[in-house]
Structure formats: C-alpha cells, structure tokens
Design a protein around this ligand. Structure first.
Ligand SMILES: [Zn+2]
Length: 138
C-alpha cells in the first residue's frame, strides 16, 4: 500500500554501505552511529555550565503562574541564551534570539510557590546545551 517516494534523501553507511535515510542518526542495518542526538537536558548545571556557554531553554519550563482557568502561563521565552553568571539558585543569561533578548534570570532551584504571588510558582528551567559554531570554523 505504501507509495514509494521518489528522490528521498539518502546517505550510505561507511561501515556496511546500506542506503539510509539522511535523517537517521544510526544505520538501520548495522547500527553505525552517524551522529549523536543531543537532546539530553542539563542536569548538573552548576558543574556543566560556565559564563560564555550557550543553552537552549525548552518551552513550557521555568517560572509560571496559574490563571483562573487553570492554564499555566510561562514567563521565559524558549530560545538560546548566553550564560553570564552562575548563581546559587539559577543562571543570569542574555537571550540571543528574536523573541528572547535582554537579561533573563533562569531559575534552577526547586519548584516552590513564589513569595510575590500565590498563583505564581518558581520552577526550574529545562536546559539543553548548545554549541554554536562560528562562521569559518569547521
Ligand atoms: Zn551500516
């Protein structure tokens, strides 16, 4: 039943020569790893991060408040941030994207009710490490 698509992007495995779809991370035949998927959240942020690193803030993470309808509204825009300072309870960072720019405090402590507002909660951000390659570097 499946229609055979023409012109699929393919790459050949250097180990077994199998034709694999270009987006596959591992060879379907022999398991050769083309590239490692980088989707692991940063856990030990105090150890792993230092000023000058870039991190991606995942959407729907971090400090939020709960509307009367029960909907959660998150304060931090998802996107890539440049780490400026590491503090005891979070990270001072600068947004580098179009929707996230300017200084932002990325709270990383335990989830707790905010001291400012009953319906607001401080919640740790989910971060993914980013290595940005500059132009001209290989
Ligand atoms: Zn292979």
């Amino acid at each position: 039943m499946a229609k055979k698509k023409r012109g699929q992007p393919l790459k050949s495995c250097p180990e077994c020569d199998a034709q694999c779809h270009a987006r596959l991370a591992t060879c379907k035949k022999c398991g050769f790893v083309f590239y490692k998927k980088k989707k692991k959240f940063i856990e030990d942020w105090k150890e792993e991060l230092k000023p000058g690193d870039h991190v991606r803030v995942v959407g729907r993470s971090g400090t939020y408040y709960i509307k009367e309808s029960g909907e959660k509204v998150y304060f931090t825009n998802p996107g890539v941030y440049l780490v400026k300072h590491i503090r005891d309870d979070g990270i001072v960072a600068i947004g580098t994207g179009r929707i996230c720019h300017g200084y932002e405090f990325l709270y990383m402590g335990k989830e707790k009710q905010s001291s400012m507002l009953d319906s607001m909660y401080n919640s740790p951000h989910k971060l993914i490490g980013v290595s940005l390659k500059r132009k001209g570097e290989s």
